[in-house]
Design a protein around this ligand. Structure first.
Ligand code: ATP
Ligand code: MG
Length: 816
C-alpha cells in the first residue's frame, strides 16, 4: 500500500470514527437511517397506490364514458344515421374534459368526427394504431400521453364489431392530481423523515444522556473527584447503575478516608516507632555497655576473688601439714571444701557470663573419647563413693580412637552432668556412655549420663536447662547449688555445634544426653595398645552385683578377645569356677568386686580359693575407692591384683594381661588414686615432695600478691629449692638479669609491668646474651583457652591456673 493510500485510508477511518464515535451519535444515525428507510418505503408505497387510484379512476371514467358513448352510438349505427350521431357527438363534446370524439368503422374510415362541419360521414380513412389495437383485441384501449388520455372503445354488439369509438379526454386534471399526490407525498416523506430524525435524536439523547452524565462522572471520579453524586431518574438499569455508582463512590470515599486515617495513624506510629527505635538504640547501647561492664566486672571480680582464694586454699593445705588435733583437722577440711566450692561457683559464674556475652571460645584439639569419659569418672570417684553410687563408663567400640574437639569443655559438661547425677542418686549407679549416632546433621558423638536417682517431674523437664533453675528451689532442699550447671552445659554443647536433652522418670532415674558432631583428625595418634589389645581367648570370670557393670565389663573384655563369663551372685560364680576346674579348663582370671550384700569379703575370698582349688587363676579385686585410703584393709584379704572403682580401661588391661601380673604395688596408680581424693594423706605427700628436693634449681617467683608469693615460697622452702621473688614484671626482669633462674613462675596481671610484657623482655635478653632459655610458667586466675594462648604467645612455656596446687608445682619441677 502506497503512502498516499495509507493516508487516505487513515483519513477515512478518522472521519468514520469521528462520525460514529459516541453512543448518541451512533443511535441517531441508526435510528435516522431506519426511520428514513421506513418513511421512504411507506411514502413510496402510498404514492404508488394513490397514482394507481388516480389512474384507475380516470380509466374507469374513460371506460364508463366509452360504454355510454357506445350505448348512444349503437342505435344510430343500426339505423344508419351517422349525421345525427355526429350531432350527438357534438353535444357530448361539450363535456369539458372531452377533447375529441370520433367513430371509426371497422375498415378504418372515419365515420363521425364530432365536429359540426356537416361532412360527418365517410370523411376518410384514419391511421390510428390505438384504433387498430382496439379493433384487433376487441377491448377498450387507453393510453395516457402528455395531457391527453386517448381511448379507443370497440363498438361491439353480439359478435359484430361495428367500429371503434375513439375519443381523447383531457389528461391535465389527472396529471395535476398525480402532481399533487407526488408533491404531497414528498412533503409527507420529508416531514416524516425530519420528524423521525428529530425523534431519533431526541430518543437517543434521552437514552444516552444519563449514560453520558455517568460517563463524565466516572471520568471525574477517575481524576480523583470522589465528592460528587449523580441523580438519574430513568427507572431502568441506568438509574440502578447510577445508584450503584453513587454507592461505589460512597464506599470509595469511606475507603479513602480510612486509608487517610490509617496513613495518618501510620505516620504517627512511624514517628513513634522512630522515637522508640532511637530510645531502643540508646537502650541497646546502654545494655551493651552494661553487658560489657558486667562481663568485665565478673571477670575482674572472679580474678580478684580467685587470687585470695589461692591464698586461702594453699594456706589451708599448708596448715593441714602441721600438727593438728582431729577437731582442728575437720574444721580445716570445712574451710578447704568451702573454699573449693566457692572457687567452683566463681568459675561457673565466669563461664556463664562468658557464654552469655558470646566471649566463650571453643578450642579444637585431638582427644581420645575414652579419656574424656574416664577423666571425669576418676575426678568424681570420691564424691561417688561418698554418695554410695558406682560410676560406670562405657565407650562404644564403634567410636573412632581419636576425635577433634574441645576435650576440656566436653569434660566440663560431663562433670556437670555426673555431678548432678551423684547429687540426686542415693543408690545404684551413674553410667557415662559414649556412642556413635547417625543424625540428620551427620555423624555425632553422643554422650549419655544415666542415673538411677530420684528423677525429674515431667513438668520441670523443660526448665532444667534454664539458668538459676532448680526443681526443688525451696530453702529446705537437700542439695545445694546455684542452678547454673545445666545452663553452662547447654551453652558449651551448643557452642560445640550439638544439643543437649533430658529424659527422666520419677523414682526410676534420669538420662541427660548431649551430642556433638564427630570430626576426626587427618592423621591418627600413634596406636594405643588398649584398643588393639589381644587377650588370646583368656578365660575371665567377672563377678559384680550390678548387671550394667557386668555388661560394660563383658563388652570391653570381649573386645580384647577374652572369653568372658559374668555373674552377679558369688555362689553362682564359685559354682562356675568349680565346674571349670573339674572340666580341666580353669579360668585364667577372676575379676571380682569385694562388697556384696549378705556376703563378707573374707568369706568371698575363702570361697573363691576353695573353688579354685589351687589353680593358677589370678584373682583381681575391684574395690571401692575409699578402700584405698584405709591402709589397714590390705592386711585382711590379699589378691593377685587390685583395681579401684571406677575401673579405668588401661588399668583393667594391665591387670588382666598375664604379662602384667600385679598392679597393687604400682606407686603411680596409687598416687593418682590418692590425688583424686581431697582427703590426701598429708604426711605421705610431704614425703613425696621431699623426694625431689635437693635439686639445685633456682626459681624466680613473680607475683604482686604477697600471700600468693608467700605460699609458693613456703612450698619451695619445703622442697629445699632456692628461690628469688619479684613484686612486678619490671623487678622480675632485673632479678632475671642478675640470677638467670631455671624456672620463672610469672603472674600475668601485675602493676608496673605485666607478666606477658616481662616474659617478652626476658626472652629478648636471652636472645641477646645467647643464654639457654629458662622455663617460664604463667600463673593466671583465668583458665580460659585464650588466656592460655596469650601466655604461650608472649613466650611462656606453659600456663597454670591459680590457685596453684602443691601437686602441680611438684609436677612442674619434675619436668624441668
Ligand atoms: P549447680 O550445678 O550450679 O551447682 P544445680 O546442680 O542445682 O546447681 P543445675 O546443674 O543447673 O543446677 O541443675 C538444675 C536442676 O535440675 C537441679 O537443681 C535439679 O533439680 C535438676 N537436676 C539436674 N540433674 C538432675 C538429675 N540427674 N536428677 C534429678 N534432678 C536433676
Ligand atoms: Mg549441677
Amino acid at each position: 500500500m502506497s503512502g498516499a493510500e495509507t493516508h487516505t485510508t487513515g483519513r477515512i477511518l478518522k472521519a468514520h470514527r469521528s462520525l460514529t464515535y459516541g453512543l448518541g451519535r451512533r443511535m441517531t444515525m441508526y435510528f435516522g437511517l431506519m426511520i428514513g428507510a421506513f418513511v421512504t418505503t411507506l411514502i413510496y408505497l402510498n404514492t404508488i397506490t394513490q397514482l394507481e387510484l388516480v389512474h384507475t379512476r380516470f380509466s374507469e371514467r374513460s371506460d364508463s364514458l366509452g360504454i355510454l358513448i357506445q350505448e348512444v352510438t349503437l342505435p344510430y349505427l343500426f339505423d344508419n344515421r351517422p349525421a345525427e350521431l355526429d350531432i350527438i357527438y357534438q353535444e357530448l363534446m361539450r363535456q369539458p374534459d372531452i377533447l375529441s370524439l370520433k367513430f371509426v368503422d371497422p375498415e378504418g374510415y372515419l365515420l363521425v368526427n364530432g365536429a359540426s362541419d356537416g361532412n360527418a360521414l365517410f370523411l376518410g380513412r384514419t391511421e390510428d394504431p390505438l384504433v387498430e389495437l382496439a379493433l384487433a383485441s376487441e377491448t377498450t384501449q387507453i393510453v395516457s400521453e402528455d395531457d391527453r388520455i386517448q381511448v379507443a372503445v370497440p363498438a361491439l354488439y353480439g359478435n359484430v364489431n361495428y367500429g371503434t369509438i375513439r375519443f381523447d379526454l383531457d389528461g391535465s386534471a389527472a396529471n395535476r392530481e398525480v402532481d399533487l399526490v407526488l408533491r404531497r407525498n414528498l412533503m409527507f416523506g420529508v416531514f416524516f423523515t425530519l420528524t423521525g430524525i428529530l425523534l431519533s435524536v431526541w430518543i437517543s439523547r434521552r437514552l444516552t444522556e444519563p449514560l453520558a452524565r455517568l460517563n463524565s462522572a466516572t471520568e471525574r471520579a477517575a481524576k480523583g473527584n470522589l465528592n460528587q453524586s449523580i441523580v438519574i431518574r430513568t427507572n431502568d438499569e441506568v438509574e440502578s447503575l447510577a445508584e450503584s455508582f453513587n454507592l461505589m463512590l460512597g464506599n470509595l470515599r469511606a475507603w479513602v478516608k480510612s486509608l487517610e486515617d490509617t496513613q495518618t495513624k501510620l505516620e504517627v506510629s512511624g514517628r513513634d516507632l522512630n522515637a522508640k527505635n532511637t530510645e531502643l538504640q540508646v537502650a541497646v547501647e546502654q545494655a551493651k555497655a552494661a553487658e560489657k561492664a558486667k562481663s568485665q566486672f565478673l571477670a575482674r571480680m572472679s580474678h580478684e576473688i580467685r587470687t585470695p582464694m589461692n591464698g586461702v586454699l594453699g594456706m589451708s593445705e599448708l596448715l593441714a601439714d602441721t600438727d593438728l588435733s582431729p577437731n582442728q583437722h575437720s574444721l580445716l577440711e570445712s574451710i578447704h571444701s568451702s573454699g573449693s566450692t566457692l572457687l567452683h561457683i566463681i568459675n561457673d559464674i565466669l563461664d556463664f557470663s562468658k557464654i552469655d556475652s558470646g566471649h566463650m571460645t571453643i578450642r579444637e584439639t585431638r582427644f581420645r573419647p575414652i579419656d574424656v569419659i574416664e577423666g571425669p569418672a576418676q575426678m568424681l570417684a570420691f564424691q561417688a563413693a561418698q554418695a554410695g553410687v558406682d560410676i560406670l563408663t562405657r565407650v562404644e567400640p564403634d567410636l573412632p580412637l581419636t576425635l577433634l574437639g574441645d576435650d576440656a569443655r566436653i569434660q566440663q559438661v560431663i562433670i556437670n552432668l555426673v555431678g548432678n547425677a551423684l547429687k540426686f542418686t542415693d543408690d545404684g549407679y551413674v553410667l557415662i556412655n559414649a556412642t556413635r549416632k547417625q543424625e540428620v546433621e551427620g555423624e555425632m558423638l553422643q554422650i549419655d549420663v544415666c542415673d538411677t536417682g530420684v528423677g525429674i517431674p515431667e513438668e520441670s523437664l523443660s526448665a532444667v536447662f534454664d539458668q538459676f533453675t532448680q526443681v526443688d528451689g525451696s530453702y529446705s532442699r537437700k542439695h545445694q547449688g546455684t542452678g547454673l550447671g545445666l545452663a553452662i552445659a547447654k551453652g558449651f554443647v551448643e557452642l560445640m555445634g550439638g544439643r543437649i536433652w533430658v529424659k527422666s522418670e520419677l523414682g526410676t532415674g534420669t538420662t541427660f544426653s548431649f551430642n556433638i558432631p564427630i570430626r576426626t583428625p587427618d592423621s591418627k595418634l600413634p596406636e594405643q595398645h588398649i584398643h588393639t589389645a589381644d587377650l588370646h581367648n583368656a578365660k575371665i570370670l567377672v563377678l559384680q552385683p550390678e548387671p550394667t557393670a557386668l555388661f560394660v565389663m563383658n563388652e570391653v573384655l570381649s573386645e580384647w578377645n577374652a572369653q568372658v563369663a559374668t555373674f552377679s551372685s558369688p555362689q553362682d560364680a564359685c559354682a562356675a569356677l568349680q565346674t571349670a576346674q573339674s572340666d580341666g579348663a580353669p579360668f585364667d582370671v577372676v575379676l571380682t568386686e569385694t562388697k556384696f550384700t549378705d556376703f563378707e569379703e573374707q568369706k568371698l575370698r575363702t570361697d573363691l580359693d576353695t573353688a579354685l582349688a589351687g589353680a593358677a587363676t589370678r584373682v583381681i579385686a575391684i574395690r571401692p575407692i575409699e578402700d584405698a585410703l584405709v591402709t589397714e584393709h590390705h592386711g585382711v584379704c590379699t589378691y593377685d591384683g587390685e583395681l579401684l572403682k571406677p575401673v579405668q580401661t588401661s588399668k583393667l588391661l594391665q591387670a588382666v594381661q598375664p604379662e602384667n601380673p600385679a598392679i597393687h604395688n604400682d606407686p603411680q596408680s596409687e598416687a593418682e588414686n590418692q590425688r583424686a581424693s581431697p582427703k590426701t594423706n598429708a604426711r605421705e605427700t610431704i614425703a613425696e615432695e621431699l623426694s625431689i628436693a635437693g635439686s639445685n634449681k633456682t626459681i624466680l617467683i613473680v607475683d604482686d600478691n604477697k600471700t600468693n608469693r608467700r605460699l609458693i615460697e613456703i612450698f619451695l622452702s619445703r622442697l629445699g629449692i632456692p628461690f628469688l621473688s619479684a613484686n612486678d614484671g619490671q623487678e622480675a626482669v632485673t632479678q632475671f638479669e642478675k640470677a638467670h633462674p631455671d624456672l620463672v613462675l610469672m603472674d600475668v596481671s601485675m602493676p608496673v609491668m605485666n607478666g606477658l610484657d616481662a616474659t617478652r623482655e626476658i626472652r629478648k635478653l636471652e636472645t641477646h646474651s645467647g643464654a639457654q632459655p629458662s622455663h617460664i610458667i604463667g600463673l593466671t586466675a583465668h583458665s580460659a583457652p585464650e588466656d592460655r594462648q596469650a601466655c604461650l604467645d608472649s613466650g611462656m612455656n606453659a600456663h597454670m591456673a591459680k590457685p596453684i596446687k602443691l601437686n602441680q608445682l611438684r609436677e612442674v619441677l619434675r619436668g624441668i
